[in-house]
Structure formats: structure tokens, C-alpha cells
Design a protein around this ligand. Structure first.
Ligand code: DAH
Length: 339
């Protein structure tokens, strides 16, 4: 029996040498130490031993078990270490290799300006409203007091879908849609795309953007309009910016004004940007015409309001010193990357 035990140890010593994979070690463990393993089989024969032999062989069997366990564990550790090293070698990353370059897009300058303007007015407690770009003639003209035969309705200016449906020429129809649906106090701005049948040049495009503003409440005056536009102009073009109202006519406001800001380029001296004027026109504004309030079911005896409409392209050109409107639509990344 002693001999048999010694033989088993030898066999194990030989076997672990030729094993190369961790899973083969497991098989060895089962073969020698398992329930039906070689060692167990030998130990089953213990019953045939004399009482004197039994403790001696018992101790020897324990030593053999320990030895086999040691051999197998040792082999297992070595093999898994090797396997790990192999794995790491295969997965080696060269951190000096150039990475994959992802080019990130940017916001368009028009989007930047719209967001900047929105932030100014959101800060003043305004809400943002939206309306359709394909609009009823009624909202785009009629309800805004622009009657049949008014030159603004000329086919030369307006894209007609049908007699009653147009591409909106201004964001002002959103005023009507908002007033029809809500009760004063109303404080909204509405940014959006507008369309006019204009030929493209450095200052014209058939598609452009406006931001409409509307405030209706009790006791709203021209002074509120002026104060609001001054805050807006200063935050867009700098704290030293001045504004100027020039009398004008819009059918939906009375009185009406065109509003200029002191030139952001020369600060009033006169330069190419302001064509020597010192001022640049950026919006139209006025007190909402009583007829327009009535058209929307608001009593002009109780409420008054102001409105304004601002050209986004013009503001962006001022804000970023862009001298040709067409640059904003060509989508040349060399241009767009600068903002
Ligand atoms: N809708 C006008 C335009 O496109 C701009 C405008 C002027 C809007 C005066 C207004 C306003 O709300 O009060 O020329």
C-alpha cells in the first residue's frame, strides 16, 4: 500500500509537468482527489490492514493528499498566471497611437442669436410662443388690420399657397393666435422663420427670421416699450448702446415706430456698417392698435399693449460683424466654425 501511495505521488508529479491549461488541472484534481479518485480507491483498502499498520498508513495517506493538493494548486497558479500574461499581451494597447478624430458640430450663428435674445426676454418674464409658417391670410394680414389691397399683400412680396393660405411674411400673426387664446396679462416672444418673395442679395433673402414680442395688460404705455427695448439693446450690443425711435406706420400698431440702435461698430461716429448714420435700424414696434385687440376679443378700453418685431439676421450681422447675409445660408464650415 505504501508503494501504491508513493506511485500516485509520482504520477501526479509527472502529470502536472505536461499540463498547459487550467481546465486540465481540474481534471487531474478529479482523477486523484475526487470521490472515485485514485487516492480514495487506495484508502478503501485500509480495512484489510492490521491495527498496527493502520495509523501509519493513515498518516502517510494524509501526507500524500496534502502533497497532491500542493502540486495541483501550484500548477494551477502557474498556469493561470501564464494565461493572464498571454491575455494581457494580446490586449496590449498602444497609447501613443493617434485616436479617432470626431468633429463636433456647432450651433449656427442665427441659433446663437435667437437663444441669446430668448434668454434676455425669459429673464424679463416672457414666455416663448410659436405659430405655423404656413399661415392663413386672415392671421397674416386681415386680423392685423392689413386690409385687402394693402401693398404688403402684393404677390411680389408674398408666397401664396392659395387665396386664403400664405407662407407667413412676418411673425406678427402669432400675436393674434396668442391673444385669441389667452387672457391678459400676456408677455410673449415668438421666434420663427418668415418668407417673402425677395431676390437674394447681401441684405435680402426669401427666407429669414424674426422675433415678435407682445405685451398686453392694464396700463401698458410707450414708456414700457422703450424701457424694454433699451434693456434688450444693451444686453445684445453692449451697455453703452443707445436706442432711437423714428415715427413710422404699421397697420397693426398706433403709434408706430422704427427703432434704431447706435452703431455697434463705430458707436455713433458714422462708418461703413451704419452707412455713415451712426444708427442701425433693427426693429419695428408700436402700441397694439385698438382694432387688433378687438379682433381678438380683448377690450381696448380696459387693456393696452405694445408689440415689436425684430430681424434676427440683422441682429446677428451686428452682433458678429458679418457684412453679407448670404454667408449665413451657405453653410460653409470655415465660416460657421468662427462662432
Ligand atoms: N411685422 C413687421 C414687419 O415684418 C415688424 C413689426 C413692426 C412687428 C411693428 C411688430 C410691430 O410687432 O409692432 O415688418
Amino acid at each position: 500500500m505504501k508503494q501504491k501511495l508513493a506511485e500516485i505521488v509520482k504520477q501526479v508529479e509527472e502529470s502536472v509537468k505536461s499540463v498547459t491549461e487550467a481546465k486540465d488541472i481540474e481534471q487531474l484534481r478529479v482523477k486523484y482527489l475526487g470521490k472515485k479518485g485514485e487516492l480514495t480507491l487506495v484508502l478503501r483498502g485500509m480495512g484489510a490492514l492490521t491495527p498496527e499498520e493502520r495509523p501509519l498508513i493513515g498518516k502517510m495517506a494524509n501526507d500524500v493528499r496534502e502533497k497532491i493538493e500542493f502540486l495541483i494548486n501550484d500548477a494551477f497558479e502557474k498556469i493561470s498566471e501564464n494565461e493572464n500574461i498571454e491575455k494581457l499581451k494580446k490586449e496590449k494597447i498602444d497609447v501613443t497611437m493617434p485616436g479617432t478624430k470626431y468633429t463636433l458640430g456647432k450651433k449656427h450663428p442665427l441659433t446663437l442669436v435667437i437663444e441669446e435674445i430668448e434668454n434676455v426676454f425669459l429673464g424679463l418674464g416672457y414666455k416663448i410662443a410659436e405659430g405655423p409658417e404656413v399661415e392663413l391670410d386672415y392671421y397674416n394680414f386681415e386680423a392685423l388690420n392689413i386690409q385687402e389691397g394693402h401693398p404688403a399683400r402684393d404677390e411680389q412680396d408674398t408666397f401664396y399657397i392659395s387665396k386664403e393660405v400664405v407662407l407667413r411674411t412676418q411673425t406678427s400673426p402669432v400675436q393674434i393666435r396668442v391673444m385669441e387664446k389667452s387672457e391678459p396679462p400676456i408677455k410673449i416672444i415668438c421666434p420663427g422663420r418668415v418668407y417673402r418673395s425677395d431676390a437674394v442679395d447681401a441684405t435680402h433673402s426669401p427666407v429669414f427670421h424674426q422675433i415678435e414680442g407682445l405685451v398686453v395688460d392694464k396700463g401698458i404705455t410707450m414708456a414700457d416699450l422703450r424701457g424694454t427695448l433699451e434693456i434688450f439693446a444693451k444686453s445684445m450690443f453692449g451697455q453703452d448702446t443707445k436706442i432711437r425711435f423714428r415715427p413710422h406706420h404699421f397697420p397693426f400698431t398706433e403709434p408706430s415706430a422704427e427703432v434704431d440702435v447706435s452703431c455697434w461698430n463705430c458707436h455713433g461716429e458714422g462708418c461703413k456698417v451704419c452707412r455713415g448714420e451712426g444708427w442701425v435700424e433693427i426693429l419695428g414696434a408700436g402700441m397694439v392698435h385698438p382694432k387688433v385687440l378687438k379682433n381678438c376679443g380683448i377690450d381696448p378700453e380696459i387693456y393696452s399693449g405694445f408689440a415689436f418685431g425684430l430681424g434676427v439676421e440683422r441682429t446677428a450681422m451686428g452682433r458678429f460683424n458679418i457684412d453679407d447675409l448670404r454667408l449665413l445660408y451657405e453653410n460653409d464650415v470655415r465660416f460657421l466654425n468662427q462662432f
